[in-house]
Design a protein around this ligand. Structure first.
Ligand code: XMP
Length: 495
């Protein structure tokens, strides 16, 4: 019944996830027995197959920290200065806690007369420099400050700050911190690094909120015992200097970012990285064909990123007439990558858990997501309202707006002078915290695997290669039937 992937994907059509549908297999295990642990690249293991895309509206410190806490990984974007990217990596690696609070610093000689300094925070930190680059001298809580008289508020912070506040090491994970907050009945506690610099602030309310979320699985930790964090760079000469600083900041994996990775520029960059940093896993791409993949495999890449024009904000296929339907691309590239033991990242085009099941069952080991994660609390930027809907900005790295900050390297790679956009700027709806919706999404993926009869990533890939996994192309009408239809009004709610 149905077709094997080998037969279906060799008929001259470019299919994407929605075009195809799997036929159910045989279930002989419960949903919770499905193991989604996987490999990002040859030497990087993850406990969930989720990767946050290196885009400036997706992955900075908060996203990198949350993804690692969930057992996935975030790849920090490079549409910024070297110092800014390095800071994002450093901050992310300084955490063991699943989320990052906004921190406000003042110096002892400041005065706090209007209270605006507190912003949404109930506590501000006092350091010699008034920034987070020196050790903690004291704290001022909003409730203490409100009790001061007007003249006291005009005085120096040093006169009324609380010195030697209770702190905890930033190496503490959620369980450690929650335990201390409960046993010592603390309302809040700053987490500090080895240099007594504040890296986070956790309140008793935060702990309560976290306890109401799905339980975290195994976090992604490197050999250094810290959260796994990746970074992307381009293929320009200046990216070598960027990389040197990123390696010093402790990145665990490098993504060489290009929309068409089969180029001399990328091959030279891979050679350089392999020679200079032999212990760093390098992910090449993007590729969508076996031919492109083979060229990067020859360079000994440790992972391949697949997708061209499949992203929600992409216009590459329209502008350049090149690319491939994402289901076909993932299947084709992973069939050659697998022969060399190279994990594949299915990058772009994920808009629901079914797409994740399809990507992984077609041979990918992880999915990289932009829009799926962009409206979350952890994505950079602030929420705004559009037509009554709470949204966050999400933009393509090839949009004109993003390229003015330097991301054109991904699309030009050479010396082209005229910039042509290959992406758009838009917004995505508020999705809440990734710490909540990613675990629910993974549960849905497990149910998909169970329906297929695959209890792990490896078994899904075996079912695919042996031809046991059967699939078909859906007609337009079948796609309509496969979605909600015939209802006048309904709300799509998954959890
Ligand atoms: P999703 O569908 O997850 O896609 O939002 C994210 C992926 O899209 C790629 N990307 C782009 N592709 N023009 C493109 O053609 C762009 O401006 C652009 N920005 C990002 C990238 O691979 C990302 O992971």
């Amino acid at each position: 019944d149905g077709f094997s992937a080998e037969k279906l994907f060799n008929q001259g059509y470019s299919y994407t996830y929605d075009d195809v549908i799997f036929l159910p297999g045989f279930i002989d295990f419960p949903t919770d027995a499905v193991n989604l642990s996987t490999k990002l690249s040859r030497n990087i293991d993850l406990s969930i197959p989720c990767v946050a895309s290196p885009m400036d509206t997706v992955t900075e410190t908060s996203m990198a920290v949350a993804m690692a806490a969930l057992g996935g990984i975030g790849i920090v974007h490079y549409n910024n200065t070297i110092d800014q990217q390095v800071d994002v990596v450093r901050f992310a690696k300084a955490h063991q806690f699943p989320f990052v609070s906004e921190l406000i610093f003042v110096s002892p000689s400041d005065s706090i007369h209007c209270g605006d300094e507190f912003g949404k925070s109930q506590t501000i930190f006092v350091t010699e420099t008034g920034r987070n680059d020196s050790s903690l001298l004291g704290i001022v809580t909003k409730s203490d400050w409100e009790r001061l008289s007007d003249s006291e508020k005009e005085g120096r912070v040093s006169a009324y700050m609380e010195v030697n506040p209770e702190t905890l090491p930033s190496s503490y994970n959620f369980k450690d911190v929650a335990g201390c907050i409960a046993s010592k009945k603390l309302k809040f506690v700053p987490l500090v690094n080895e240099d007594e610099q504040v890296v986070n602030l956790v309140t008793a309310d935060d702990v309560e909120r976290m306890n109401s979320l799905p339980k975290l699985g195994l976090p992604s930790l490197g050999k250094d015992g810290k959260f796994l964090v990746g970074a992307a760079v381009g293929t320009r000469e200046s990216d070598k200097e960027r990389l040197e600083h990123l390696v010093k900041a402790g990145i665990n994996v490098l993504v060489i970012d290009s929309s068409q990775g089969n180029s001399e520029y990328q091959i030279n960059m891979i050679k350089y990285v392999k020679r200079t940093y032999p212990n760093l896993d390098v992910i090449g791409g993007n590729v969508v064909t076996k031919y492109q993949a083979a060229n990067l495999i020859k360079q000994d890449v440790d992972g391949l990123r697949v997708g061209m024009g499949s992203g929600s904000i992409c216009t590459t296929q329209e502008v350049c007439a090149v690319g491939r339907g994402q289901a076909t691309a993932v299947y084709k590239v992973s069939s050659i990558a697998e022969q060399h033991g190279i994990p594949v990242i299915a990058d772009g085009g994920i808009s629901n858990s079914g797409h994740i099941v399809k990507a992984l069952s077609l041979g990918a080991s992880t999915v990289m997501m932009g829009s799926f994660l962009a409206g979350s609390n952890e994505a950079p930027g602030t929420y705004e309202y559009k037509n009554g809907l709470r949204v966050k900005k999400y933009r393509g790295m090839g949009s004109l707006e993003a390229m003015t900050k330097g991301s054109d390297a991904r699309y030009l790679g050479d010396t082209a002078k005229l910039k042509i956009a290959q992406g758009v700027v838009g917004s995505v709806a508020d999705k809440g915290s990734v710490l909540k919706f990613v675990p629910y999404t993974m549960q849905a993926v497990k149910q998909g695997f169970q329906d297929l009869g695959a209890s792990s990533m490896q078994s899904a890939h075996e079912l695919l290669r042996s031809g046991t996994l059967r699939l078909e192309v859906r007609t337009g009408a079948a796609q309509v039937e496969g979605g909600v239809h015939g209802l006048v009004g309904y709300e799509k709610k998954y959890f």
